[in-house]
Design a protein around this ligand. Structure first.
Ligand code: AMP
Ligand code: ZN
Length: 119
């Protein structure tokens, strides 16, 4: 039994609004959306941050990014080959970035003008 929220969602112990799944990744809607589309994409295996994941299993990080793009296409934010109208993929890493769940997750954000730089 793990106390990691996202591992428990992968295990089916906590409900998730799943929008995309592959053998090694899961994508579900954020419970507190910051944009019309706000989906979290995670590896099913536990790794704390993107920086740690890329060292441990770079192919899995590539699968997470591919899944994030597939979600964006599914949500009408991009096509297979072009980023129109566009979306943002964010990996918060560590306390200064506001990471609250220590299981790597990419935020797929879109559906409005996201602006830059972020606040
Ligand atoms: P971060 O601040 O990058 O660690 O993002 C964690 C995200 O997880 C936040 O955007 C939360 O709204 C989201 N979150 C927390 N609990 C849940 C949950 N049970 N289902 C879906 N999203 C969640
Ligand atoms: Zn975990």
């Amino acid at each position: 039994m793990t106390d990691c929220l996202f591992c428990r969602m992968v295990a089916g112990e906590i409900p998730a609004d799943v929008v995309h799944e592959t053998e090694r990744t899961l994508a579900f809607r954020d419970i507190n959306p910051q944009a019309p589309t706000h989906v979290l994409v995670i590896p099913k295996d536990h790794h704390a941050t993107a920086g740690l994941l890329v060292g441990a299993d770079p192919e899995l990080l590539a699968e997470v990014v591919a899944a994030a793009h597939a979600v964006a296409v599914q949500e009408g934010l991009a096509t297979e080959s072009a980023p129109e109208p566009g979306y943002r993929l964010v990996f918060n890493s560590g306390p200064a970035a506001g990471q609250t769940v220590h299981h790597v997750h990419g935020h797929v954000l879109g559906g409005r003008d996201l602006g830059w730089p972020p606040g």
